[in-house]
Design a binder for this molecule. Structure first.
Ligand SMILES: CC(C)(COP(=O)(O)OP(=O)(O)OC[C@H]1O[C@@H](n2cnc3c(N)ncnc32)[C@H](O)[C@@H]1OP(=O)(O)O)[C@@H](O)C(=O)NCCC(=O)NCCS
Length: 168
């Protein structure tokens, strides 16, 4: 299927459509409490939505979204970002929207000189982009096995990773 969508940064007025596609994507997710749209809103309110990309169709519909926000790792306070939430319209699964959002997001982080990116998610999905289990970074709690990182501009950070309180 040919792609009728492209990736761009969030613009004023996108907020409602981003919340809607996020709610739809996570509606059937087994580990979701339905809080993902609110996480994005809280990041925005706190000024912590460091990078927010949407996938938009030629007709103007928003069919995917990805958020990145600053994280700290041990004593490292700058340069690292957490990926998520990531959403693709459930009616358009497998069209490459999720992959395009992750790939472009990482590219922008690189352009901005970021040190690295972390994600708490399914390794079966994120490994393809180059995310891997870290040796020296841990995520507090039972989700630690799902923590994966990508170093963009080393050296590697070490310690406990802390996400924004927006993820609550
Ligand atoms: C995960 C998600 C963003 C993927 O979006 P997408 O546009 O369908 O993904 P893509 O088209 O880029 O990639 C599809 C590939 O990813 C695989 N995939 C999708 N979700 C996966 C998962 N949770 N685990 C492993 N592989 C997964 C598909 O099987 C497919 O594999 P293939 O390329 O070998 O055929 C989308 O399914 C979604 O919004 N899911 C609900 C919310 C969610 O889980 N977000 C991520 C939380 S960490």
């Amino acid at each position: 299927m040919s792609r009728d969508w492209s990736i761009r940064e969030e613009a004023p007025g996108d907020e409602g459509a981003i919340a809607a596609v996020t709610a739809a994507a996570f509606a059937d997710h087994p580990h979701s409490s339905g809080s993902e749209p609110r996480i994005i809103e809280r990041l925005r309110e706190r000024g912590e939505l460091a990078l927010s990309l949407v996938a938009q169709t030629a007709s103007g519909e928003i069919v995917g979204h990805i958020a990145f926000s600053p994280v700290t790792i041990g004593d490292t306070r700058q340069g690292w970002f957490g990926l998520g939430p990531l959403s693709a319209d459930p009616l358009r699964k497998g069209e490459g929207i999720g992959s395009a959002l992750v790939t472009r997001g990482i590219e922008v982080l690189r352009e901005r000189g970021a040190a690295g990116c972390a994600v708490v998610g399914d390794p079966g999905y994120y490994a393809r982009f180059g995310f891997a289990r870290p040796d020296a970074i841990s995520y507090p709690g039972p989700l630690d096995p799902y923590l994966q990182v990508m170093i963009l501009d080393g050296p590697a950070a070490g310690g406990v990773i802390v996400y924004s309180p927006a993820y609550g």
